[in-house]
Write a protein that binds this ligand. Sequence first.
Ligand code: DAH
Length: 347
Amino acid sequence: MKQQLEQIRLQAIAALQEADTPALLEDLRVKFLGKKGELTAVLKLMGKLSPEERPVMGQIANAVRAEIEENLEARKRAVNAAVLEAKLQAESLDVTIPGTSVAMGKEHPMNQVLQEIKDLFVSLGYQIIDGPEIELAEYNFTRLNTEEGHPARDRSDTFYFNDDDSLLLRTQTSPMQIRAMENAKPPICILAPGRVYRKDEADATHSPMFHQIEGLVIDEHITMGNLKSALITLMKSLYGEDAEMRFRPHHFPFTEPSCEMDMQCHKCHGTGEVDGQVCSTCHGEGWIELLGAGMVHPKVLEGCGIDPEKYSGFAFGMGLERMAMGRRKINDLRLIFDNDVRFLNQF
Ligand code: DAH
């Protein structure tokens, strides 16, 4: 029996030394130390020994068990450490390898200019408001003193939704004047930027969808002088103190008197020519039309329940793309809508 125990001891220690995975070690534990294991099998034979031999064999058996257990534990620690080390090696990260860079987007130049314009008008006390792009003809035309049959209502210019021409894509931000006057009593001082739509072919200065910014100020004693002052302040803040601009008389149904404001062409500097050719940005005019403006027509005020004897007001509507072209020296409107990153990254 003593020999048997010695054999188990030697076998177990040798097998443990070979085992290199936690699963193999567990198999060996079961094989040698388990309830149906080899050591247990030998111990079962103890009953057959003489009373003198029994304690001696018992001691040897316990020592063998303890030695196998110790070996098993030591081997488990070594194997676990090796497994961990292999895992760390396999999953290691080289933090010095350069990462994959994500291309950064940029604010569109038109939004940059819009923000500059909004900031200026907010600093002058204007409130920024927003309104629908799908608009009633009543707001887009009728209440802006543009009666049925007026050429501006022509089907060839306007995207209508229905046969009776009562619903449309707004052709201008001016209906926001009516909405502002409906929603508040004077004093009113608002700025309403947004998209507008017209059946225009796209070229260097036209697009079927573009942006306008409407302004409206209504109070007692408002004059054309206040209008000019607001617009000159805008031009100087965007284009610098020596910005060149001009006001021309014009006609709009919803203002009286009305005017248009132009800025000097940024490409030909007012000469109308570039390298002996007609300037393609202003078509030889030397000026670029930026906005329409005027004193709000008494009929429009009355239609919104505002007494034209007591109150007066001015309004203006400018093309945002045109403003951005001048501010950022862009020569073709289509570049603004193309969204080519090579173009956008310049700003
Ligand atoms: N809505 C006009 C247009 O699109 C521009 C305009 C003219 C706006 C005069 C105004 C204004 O507020 O007073 O051509």
